[in-house]
Design a protein around this ligand. Sequence first.
Ligand code: NAD
Length: 427
Amino acid sequence: MPETVYCPNPDMNAFENALKQFDAAAKVLNLTQNQVAMIKDPRRIVEVKLPVRMDDGSIEVYKGYRVQHNIARGPAKGGIRFHPDVNVDEVKALAFWMTYKCAVVNVPFGGGKGGVICDPMKLSNGELERVARRYFAEMVDLFGPDKDIPAPDVGTNAQVMAWFLDTYSMHEGEYLPGVVTGKPLELGGSAGRVEATAQGIVHCIVEAAKHLNIDIKKTTVAIQGFGNVGSYSGKILQAEGCKIIAVSDISGAYQCDLGVDVKFMMDYVAKNRSLAGIEKHTKCTKMNDPQKLLELEVDILVPAALENQITSKNAPDIKARIVAEGANGPVTPNGDKILNERGIFVIPDILCNSGGVTVSYLEWVQNRMGYYWENEQIQGDLSRMMRAAFRNVVETSERYKVNMRIAAFIVGIQRVARASELRGLYA
Ligand code: NAD
């Protein structure tokens, strides 16, 4: 992992960066002090210690968090991250972004996020299961289908959601699949959820290309991160006719000007856990500096790994015309300013990657009905909701003469502030 990702530089504090984004939109909206007080800071921050028995019999104590940022519009909603660099400020930022993401795409949820400081790549399957179950058990009173509903994020997947579901259902003494989304299909998961975030990103990219008069079929793409979001974005963009010329993951960045074979790479990662060694099996070359992937001569750049990747340092060298934020918080406020000045069209995370939470919402609705839709229905709803959100943000950016990020926050903040106002104060 590059050192720049979690640098102590205040520019790199994800929560402070999130608050700067809030302030920029709040200023345009002239929010009152009372409104700001109700919707800016997290509502609840929980930290737990997780003692876990390792395969060799020793006990390791992990630290876990859950942050509920705002629940004015519905139960808290947001993924759980398992990563060695998880910290409370990062979880606070991710929970904050969830509040406004749910509001932008207009699903009836508040914002939350969780994390455990651990390296899932170094845990056996049994150890991973014990970490997951202990985390959920420690937080069992916090979660619930009408209280707080987790989903996968970096380092967690459908299997981890299945363990969460089982732990919760055993505690409650009844089967409650609506407590998590992103579950396996066999346990009440939704058709289309696995690729939903990526599909939503592609809807946004297609709309952005139309808006900018770019022929999507003639575009080249670089993707940072080749997990759930990055790999499916590559697959779906390739199906749209784009040429993916570089992808990267924790093992490095791989370039192929003729276009990479995304399907082959996905199969390779399924077998080998990462892209390490892929250059020996394809025409790709491994780049000397993986961060240079961000600066390649492409039309579309999809950062789909972690926060703070595009900063004031490399923003002057970004050549893409569209930056589609697959990851949460991949561009720092200083980096953002430079991209804006250079006329690069940034599709902000709270709009761009909201397809995941949109299909999570559809999954939760199906769990409550006990009736399951075909993929066609899900794809139709996802496309309609993403395109409506995209249009709304573009129109807001034109009305207020602001960039897409500020416009997305304006849409989100207005909805959250109104819900807060309508609910008023209890006691
Ligand atoms: P994942 O764990 O499936 O994949 C993460 C990928 O990033 C892996 O390929 C990993 O090797 C790579 N990576 C990590 N550090 C890197 C680095 N320094 N340089 C290049 N690659 C690196 O996670 P994911 O679910 O795909 O999430 C990726 C991003 O998308 C995160 O910011 C997450 O919060 C966001 N997101 C995910 C979803 C979802 O539904 N999964 C929804 C919205 C947003």
